[in-house]
Design a protein around this ligand. Structure first.
Ligand code: GAP
Length: 471
């Protein structure tokens, strides 16, 4: 192509790239702001200026988290015969981290800028004329890279010396490996079988960023699936498919998910195959979960270091072996962020008076939604309407989270629930209490969050209708 033509085309391309970037960062800002405004996520220790890389989940956030974790547990443990659970401690014997390799190798390369004193990830520095540059002040005066261990060190007991050192766990997986024998004995499972765990993990990330995407305290949902060596590759593909099915079932559409097969030279040394499941966040396509074939590395390491057998006895061949492991490892916080990013939507709607306004709506899957239905009396100063509405609240609250709201115009109340991601609105009106004749007595209006369509339903049918949508 001619150079002048290429340049002429490059300008709009560049402008459109810039405006795409701006739109993505605006979108992210709106999501962060909604999270604070509606009580999904707050900065940790906010009144003291916060603590970088740490977040608190508010009333809506905590419900969303629970729904996500419960659905993972249901899919990965309860619906299967071959997986059992574990809830390991966060603090473990230091030798666990020596044997697993974390004490020596769980580190990021880091440099200091001598000019502005920033501490930076060496592998993420921009380059100018082949020279690494500080992204904060532009200086080239950087120290040599040094390994920075990502584990939080702490002391167990009253003495703060080397013998009392241990770490906050940087992954939940290791307690599964070191409890392998105990769980095998009590569960009497045969290979292949898995041990699942959901729990907190801690990493002293040099550069926590992108809201809750990369934080210093986070939660993982991990499965270690033990198998015979010849089953490893097949199970790696099986678990990749299962995990993609899980994401579809919580409302993350296929076109926002990508599978990246990690090339051999980028994989962990013990891995024979790894897939990253990635999601299109507004700030780029980033890892949501890793599915890795970890071979027999972990059990072998712990058997060697502890001197305790971690083998499996195969009844058929009458021989002992160290099982191999396939590990799907997901982050609660990252998945929650993906759910929020996928669900956030704005649309222009016209109200009853013909006025246009922007409707902000979180199109969360009903299964994940923090509140399943908003329940409203049409008027708050009509005793009978209020009484009937509260009866419906009592009817449903044993099974699901519901929200009673009587303040403001009904349209406003719907909008508040749209922003919270509540999939259904139930309104008790004069038909419900039989004031307009017997035909619609004991029926309510059910409004769908996404389409805003409404239909009438008998109160007695509400539990079954809602159950079908949310389970
Ligand atoms: N046991 C394997 C393991 O921990 P990982 O790829 O380091 O592997 C697994 O972590 C998942 O944990 C990631 O895909 C991500 O979802 C989550 N995760 C890891 N570091 C995180 C961080 N700093 N903040 C939030 N989530 C994180």
């Amino acid at each position: 192509m001619r150079r002048d033509l290429r340049e002429a085309q490059a300008v709009p391309f560049f402008t459109s790239l810039m405006s795409q970037k701006k739109a993505a960062s605006d979108r992210m800002e709106k999501i962060v702001s909604l999270c604070k405004r509606r009580g999904f996520v707050f900065q940790s220790s906010e009144i003291y200026g916060g603590l970088n890389g740490c977040w608190d989940y508010g009333p809506l956030g905590v419900e969303l988290r629970r729904n996500l974790k419960e659905f993972w547990w249901r899919r990965m443990v309860r619906e299967r015969d071959d997986v059992v659970g574990l809830d390991g401690s966060i603090l473990m014997n230091r030798q666990v981290w020596v044997a697993s390799g974390h004490e020596n190798t769980f580190s990021d390369p880091m440099v200091d800028c001598r000019n502005c004193k920033s501490r930076l990830r060496a592998d993420q520095l921009p380059e100018k004329n082949g020279q690494k540059q500080c992204p904060v002040c532009g200086s080239f005066d950087l120290t040599e890279p040094r390994a920075f261990n990502l584990m939080f060190k702490t002391f167990v007991g009253a003495t703060e010396d080397e013998s009392a050192v241990t770490y906050l766990r940087p992954e939940t997986a290791q307690s599964i490996f070191v409890q392998f024998r105990n769980v095998l004995e009590v569960s009497r499972k045969k290979l292949p079988f898995g041990i699942a765990q959901i729990g907190k993990a801690f990493r002293n990330e040099i550069n926590p960023r992108n809201f809750i995407f990369r934080s210093r305290e986070f939660e993982q949902m991990e499965l270690e699936y033990f198998c015979f060596p010849n089953q490893g590759f097949e199970l790696l593909d099986y678990w990749l498919k299962e995990r993609l099915r899980f994401y579809a079932d919580i409302g993350l559409s296929k076109d926002k998910l990508h599978v990246h097969e990690i090339p051999p030279d980028e994989r962990a040394h013990y891995s024979k195959g790894t897939y990253d499941i990635e999601f299109e966040f507004p700030f780029g396509v980033q890892e949501l979960e890793g599915v890795a074939y970890r071979t027999d590395y972990d059990l072998t390491q712990h058997e060697k270091a502890s001197g305790k057998p971690l083998e499996y006895f195969d009844e058929e061949t009458k021989s002992h072996l160290i099982p191999h492991v396939v590990e799907p490892s997901a982050g609660v916080d990252r998945t929650l962020l993906a759910l929020l990013c996928a669900a956030y939507d704005e649309e222009t709607v016209t109200d009853e008076k013909g006025k246009s306004e922007t409707r902000t709506v979180l199109r969360l899957h009903p299964r994940m939604a923090p509140i399943k239905c908003g329940i409203f009396p049409l008027l708050k100063n009509n005793e009978e309407l209020v009484k009937k509405t509260k009866e419906i609240v009592e009817l449903l609250r044993g099974e699901m989270s519901v929200f009673y709201d009587e303040t403001g115009a009904i349209g406003r109340r719907y909008r508040r629930q749209d922003e919270a991601g509540t999939p259904f609105g139930i309104t008790v009106d004069f038909d419900t209490i039989g004031e307009n004749g017997p035909a619609n007595r004991d029926t309510v209006t059910v409004r769908y969050r996404d389409s805003m369509e409404q239909k009438r339903l008998a109160i007695a049918d509400l539990p079954a209708f809602l159950r079908e949508q949310i389970t």
